[in-house]
Design a protein. Structure first.
Length: 238
């Protein structure tokens, strides 16, 4: 959970776990402070008990809205604490603005899928597949080409990983020249921001080091190729 503020039960909240991490405090101390605040009837409504999982076990935590955060953080002092408070205020403002306008930007691939499903229920005259592709484009998650092939199959496109690689090479999205850059994105694809290349350094027993390159499809690339295939697969009218 990297976001300072998340959406939970249709409101902008943060968690005691995230507070402890950001402000450099022991989670048990944050829980104790919240427990003391929640014991007051007037403050209890700002906090909601929850749990998180760690190594297969469930542990307690709290969700809190802006007012709960304000009550908790008022005693946090120091220059860094002030900077973190400002960051939190900005994060709350941003999330609350998104909620008011009815559009919350997904922060993960799973959230993008949920957004697509929600949109499909609300807007009957739009195709769910197009909504899915639009939601994916806002995600910051990159996926492998093989995972893109699975998504396409789930949306009615009969294609596998090898056939998708071949199509991407044949149509100039990936390099078709044998060698170290085989299956790497072409300059055209990189300019279109359809792919990213992840480089991993590998150390060998003889002391040598090599670099492994993995092609990942960006959110924009996922939308681009899903829309491309859906248009191709649409039935033609006379």
């Amino acid at each position: 959970m990297n976001e300072l503020v998340i959406m939970h039960d249709r409101q902008a909240v943060t968690t005691s776990l995230r507070i402890a991490e950001v402000f450099g405090k022991q989670h048990k101390d944050v829980l104790e402070a919240i427990g003391n605040l929640a014991a007051e009837n007037s403050a209890a409504k700002f906090f909601a008990a929850g749990t998180y999982e760690n190594r297969g076990k469930q542990y307690p935590m709290y969700y809190m809205n802006r007012d709960g955060f304000t009550l908790l953080a008022v005693g946090f002092t120091g220059r860094r604490a002030l900077q973190f408070k400002i960051s939190y205020i900005n994060a709350f403002n941003s999330m609350e603005t998104q909620i008011k306008t009815g559009y919350v930007i997904p922060g993960s691939y799973a959230e993008a899928l949920k957004l697509a499903a929600s949109q499909a229920e609300q807007i009957e005259d739009m195709k769910p597949k197009a909504l899915f592709a639009d939601a994916v484009a806002t995600s910051h998650t990159t996926i492998l080409v093989g995972e893109l092939a699975k998504l396409l199959r789930q949306n009615g496109v009969d294609i596998g990983q090898n056939r998708l690689f071949k199509m991407l090479r044949d149509q100039g999205y990936l390099i078709n020249r044998k060698g170290s850059d085989w299956n790497m994105p072409t300059q055209r694809s990189m300019d279109m921001k359809l792919f990213r290349v992840k480089e991993t350094t590998i150390g060998h027993s003889d002391g040598s080091v090599s670099i492994s390159k993995t092609v990942k499809v960006t959110g924009k690339g996922q939308q681009y190729f899903i829309n491309k295939f859906l248009r191709t697969n649409e039935p033609q009218t006379a």
